[in-house]
Design a protein around this ligand. Structure first.
Ligand SMILES: Nc1ncnc2c1ncn2[C@@H]1O[C@@H](CSCCNC[C@@H]2Cc3ccc([N+](=O)[O-])cc3CN2)[C@@H](O)[C@H]1O
Length: 273
């Protein structure tokens, strides 16, 4: 019965995503106030600082970084692209993979101008904002492909997408809790992606706390598994990860803009045993 329920729940989530609108989603979450680089308390500078520190504090290394559930966004690999010489982007939806390919092939054809993001991360790296064009070139050089992923499959990627030894690092932002029908499915998905990671490899996980829905486009209301910190920590432990650090951002009132009911954002750095 439980398996039947899960299959039905996973199929229902997939149906919700058929109306996902990348351009609208980017507008809702990746423009001010949630992405305001002039505001110290904006969410995006906090996320980029967490990722910059995690990628550059010396314990994360290797060849291949895989981003699980990239969506239509690139911010999650702006620091990692300086550490890994191979980066694989993945998403469940062709519309998101197309959005990413659009930027990779030609700046002009993406729905969002990523320049402020590139400039901000260059500043975090002490390079000055003007190095953003070099970072854009680096990104285009190291991103090998944009491929399909389904975190509910025991093998979320096609077998030939990554080496049998596994990736050296995974990053995943706002995907698992938004793709899963319930907490059990979230925990199983955490296990499925863990199998893509080599022992000793790192997982950098960003997600929503206390979110029960979000709009993936006008009128496209998508259910989310509402998580708290304890459930995130338990899920990581249950799936063979050692938690290195958990950081939490609580949304100020003016970041609650009606596109979801998220109350906080977590950043977890963990290592696979
Ligand atoms: N089975 C699947 N396997 C893998 N990926 C899948 C699957 N199903 C859907 N997907 C994939 O997962 C999706 C990822 S986008 C999900 C958005 N998550 C919620 C949204 C995000 C957000 C962003 C920023 C802030 N903030 O405070 O700044 C808050 C929030 C909270 N609301 C989408 O790419 C879909 O394509």
């Amino acid at each position: 019965m439980e398996e039947k329920g899960t299959e039905k729940g996973v199929a229902a989530m997939a149906a919700c995503y058929q109306r996902f609108d990348p351009a609208a989603y980017l507008q809702y979450n990746y423009t001010p106030p949630r992405a305001d680089f002039e505001r110290k308390d904006s969410i995006m500078p906090w996320k980029l600082a967490c990722l910059h520190r995690a990628f550059t504090e010396g314990d994360v290394n290797g060849e291949l970084l895989v981003d699980i559930g990239s969506g239509p966004t690139l911010y999650q690999v702006l620091s990692g692209c300086e550490v890994f010489n191979k980066v694989l982007l993945t998403d469940f939806l062709e519309v998101n993979r197309q959005e990413l390919r659009g930027w990779l092939q030609d700046e002009g054809s993406s729905s969002l101008d990523w320049t402020p993001y590139l400039q901000h991360v260059c500043k975090l790296e002490g390079r000055g904002a003007s190095a953003w064009t070099e970072k854009a070139a680096k990104l285009r050089q190291v991103i090998m492909d944009v491929v399909p992923v389904d975190v509910h499959r025991p093998q979320p990627l096609a077998l030939d997408d990554i080496p049998s030894a596994g990736a050296d690092c995974l990053v995943s932002c706002f995907c698992l809790e938004s793709a899963s029908p319930d907490l059990a499915a979230f925990n199983r998905a955490l296990g499925h992606i863990g199998r893509l990671l080599r022992p000793g490899g790192h997982l950098l996980l960003i997600g929503a706390l206390g979110e029960s829905y979000y709009f993936g486009g006008p009128g496209v209301k998508i259910p989310v598994v509402p998580l708290n910190e304890a459930q995130v920590c338990a899920g990581l432990k249950e799936n063979g990860y050692i938690l290195i650090r958990l950081e939490v951002y609580i949304l100020p009132q003016d970041m609650r803009v009606g596109v979801d009911d998220v109350s906080g954002v977590f950043f977890a750095k963990a290592r696979k045993e």
